[in-house]
Write a protein that binds this ligand. Structure first.
Ligand code: GLA
Length: 721
């Protein structure tokens, strides 16, 4: 169905429903449309009911307020009486006053596309006095994800200096508990909770990348919401540059969630006739806690046309095995060891290009180092291919070392070169940023990557980004980065890309649309990884989340972890190895071989299933799993992060199964049995299996094995009806 209303007025209320969620958009009259409802599905409603609903949403006029009901529009502004953070700010330098934008409705289009199940509304908002037009697009996907973005067009004769163009939606007053994330290098995605009072709670990212402390997914929910319970409204900006995200509440208005690109003063000056398009703001609702959000978001991400193969090969990455020490015969031994345990892709990490003997030099000199590699990468790649694996290569295209031929010959290609002299440029990991907004620099790096991919049969790039920008325009750099990735993908459609940024400092849906894997964190310590994967996985489906089996002593923390804990942790994601396998014992190699075999068998489930978590009563004991979409098979991990609080820990209550079906539960071995502290296991485990309905397994559950700290026990669950 497609409805076009005449410019200037509409009489319709738009109602979109999908997958248990819905929105009601009031586009009547000549004002900016209002989101009357976004949340749970309201069931079938006809236009008369929708009109009554929209009319009854009009609030009282309180004393000491504007003389009409305060309504929150989709582009709230002072001119409407909205004194919270506005949806748009900008000015023309010659105008006397800024911030007085006031829009009326122009044309509106409503399209219900039955082919993809997307319901979309687009409308134009005009401020004729300011000569500014905003076009808003709102989509409800078949999976129930709401996407919103604005575009501002300058119809005036002078530049329009844009301050902000943000996407703001109301949430119910009961959504007062805010969950977002913070973190550090090797400790990404640490959850933090805040209770929203009156005022603005806001996170601002100025890293030029989301950063290790990225708020990531910001969730407002009913107090105490968990993985399985509570109503939650979440937002995320599909953008890899600067951004801000906030929740706001005041004595006068509704609670709102807002998100948008964070623009530096003067960063986006829109010339006459030109426009700026905000990144997509992604909103998701669930009445079943965080797992409900993940299910919606993962299903949607899995439907993207840009997505390539969903079956992630087993990777061996050379970084923690050899670091910068690139010696062909050492690497050949690693290739042999990798092939023997069943690895499918061999990735040569940092250290292969001219002069790159450590992290202090050579970024930008993307030519194979002739000293370490006299015959180029060919002998290694041939060896990798002969062993039945494909080949991946590390690059960090957006960077340049001050000590490099590139920086010496093109000092003007360094980001910020025009505004900061060399002493003012802060290095970070001894490196600077290449200005991708400079067409010469852009073309050069595109040409270099293209040449490498043309010369060598490279199937995979690990694309790194190891510093904050701290100079230049994060907006221009991010736009150019997307252009670079898009151009490379168009030229080499079969080359897969992993996005890395000092581990997980650039994991966002803008990037995810262009890559096949993300490096979740630089830590391979399973204790850290359990938490990092748990929370990164709220937004990102597991098949994208790179997780590697590291050495017994983690390089990043110095902590020693058992093989079983390491294997059981790296299983849930895009699995790989980052350990010098030539140092592993025969017993360890046998366990790894078994683990890889299980991973390959479980991959169709792990990489397409529904991610579930039990809400734990003891924070030391977690249960998570993946259930197939038809709920016929599942795999669960019971994880002991520390010693249990009680000698009789809570039962394993398996979430996400079909309540009516019967399931057989069995312990699953992936190479190394967990260490326990029990004198005898619970009898059901002694029998090695049991059968119950999904209802019993979810409500009563089964007594767990008493795991020693830092162990994981795996269970396979199969429907037997
Ligand atoms: C970053 C990455 C690591 C590794 C190194 C190489 O730190 O996150 O995985 O690739 O760079 O220098």
């Amino acid at each position: 169905m497609s409805t076009h209303a005449p410019a200037g007025r509409s009489s319709l209320i738009h109602y979109g429903r999908a997958a248990g969620t819905s929105f009601v958009l009031d586009t009547r009259g000549s004002g900016v449309p209002l989101l009357v409802h976004w949340g749970g599905d309201l069931g079938p409603l006809d236009q008369p009911q929708l009109h009554r609903l929209a009319n009854s949403a009009v609030p009282a006029i309180p004393p000491s307020s504007i003389d009409q009901p305060l309504r929150l529009s989709l582009l709230p502004a002072l001119g409407e009486g909205w004194t919270g953070r506005p949806g748009i700010t900008g000015f023309r330098s010659e105008a006397k006053r800024s911030g007085a934008l006031r829009f009326t409705l122009g044309g509106i289009e409503f399209v219900e596309s039955s082919s993809q199940g997307i319901i979309s509304v687009a409308f134009e908002l005009l401020d004729t006095a300011a000569a500014v037009v905003v076009t808003t697009e709102l989509h409800l996907t078949a999976e129930g994800v709401l996407r919103l973005r604005h575009r501002v067009e300058n119809r005036g004769e002078t530049a329009f200096e844009l301050g902000a163009l943000d996407m703001i939606v109301p949430v119910p007053d009961r959504a007062r508990e805010i969950l977002d994330f913070t973190g550090l290098w090797t400790h990404e995605r640490r959850p933090q909770r805040t209770t929203l009072g009156h005022g603005l709670w806001s996170r601002e990212c100025r890293h030029g990348r989301p950063g290790h402390d990225d708020p990531f997914l910001t969730v407002a929910g009913t107090p105490g919401f968990g993985f399985r319970t509570g109503e939650v409204w979440a937002t995320h900006l599909a953008w890899s540059g600067d951004k801000r995200v906030w929740a706001e509440s005041s004595p006068l208005g509704p609670v709102v969630l807002g998100v948008g690109e964070l623009l530096a003063p003067g960063e986006v000056s829109v010339p006459p006739g030109d426009s700026y398009t905000a990144p997509w703001a992604v909103f998701a609702y669930s009445d079943q806690g965080l797992d409900g959000l993940s299910h919606r978001l993962h299903s949607w991400i899995r439907s993207w046309p840009s997505r390539r193969s969903a079956v992630r090969p087993v990777v061996l990455n050379t970084w923690e095995a050899v670091y910068f020490d690139h010696d062909l015969s050492t690497l050949e031994r690693l290739v042999d060891a990798a092939a023997r345990v069943g690895v499918e892709r061999f990735v040569l990490d940092d250290g292969w290009f001219t002069g790159r003997s450590d992290d202090r030099r050579a970024l930008g000199d993307w030519f194979v180092d002739a000293r370490a590699w006299p015959s180029g990468l060919h002998p290694l790649i041939e060896k990798v291919q002969a062993a039945g694996m494909d080949f991946g290569l590390w690059v960090e295209p957006e960077m340049v070392s001050p000590d490099s031929e590139l920086a010496r010959s093109h000092p003007d290609w360094v980001l910020g070169a025009d505004s900061l002299g060399p002493p003012g440029r802060l290095t970070w990991r001894h490196q600077l940023v290449l200005d991708l907004g400079n067409p010469a620099a852009f073309n050069w790096i595109l040409g270099r990557l293209d040449a490498l991919l043309t010369e060598y049969p490279i199937n995979y790039l690990k694309w790194d980004h190891n510093r904050d920008l701290l100079a230049g325009s994060a907006h221009a750099q991010t736009v150019a980065l997307y252009r670079l990735l898009d151009a490379l993908r168009a030229r080499h459609p079969r080359v897969e890309i992993e996005s890395c940024a000092s581990g997980g400092a650039r994991i966002d849906l803008g990037m995810l649309e262009r890559v096949d894997r993300v490096w979740t964190s630089d830590t391979n310590d399973p204790l850290e990884r359990q938490q990092i994967q748990r929370f990164t996985g709220v937004l990102v489906p597991p098949e994208y989340l790179g997780g590697h089996l590291g050495a017994p002593v983690a390089h990043t923390t110095g902590r020693t972890a058992s093989l079983g804990f390491r294997l059981g942790t790296a299983l849930f994601g895009s699995a790989g190895i980052e350990w010098d396998l030539t140092q592993a014992s025969p017993a360890e190699l046998a366990a790894i071989t078994e683990w890889i075999g299980q991973y390959k068998a479980l991959r169709p489930l792990l990489h397409a299933g529904v991610v579930v978590h039990a809400d734990a009563s003891d924070p030391a004991l977690e249960l998570h799993g993946v259930v197939s979409p038809d709920r016929s098979v599942a795999v669960f991990a019971a994880v002991a992060l520390a010693a249990p609080r009680s000698a009789l820990p809570a039962a394993l209550r398996f979430p996400g199964l079909d309540p009516a079906r019967m399931y057989r539960v069995r312990p699953l071995s992936v190479g190394s049995a967990p260490r326990t502290i029990q004198d005898a296991p619970p009898p059901w485990l002694e029998n090695a299996e049991t059968t119950f309905s999904g209802t019993v397994l979810a409500r009563v559950g089964l007594p767990p094995a008493l795991l020693a700290p830092e162990q994981v026990a795996l269970y396979s669950v199969t429907a037997v009806d």
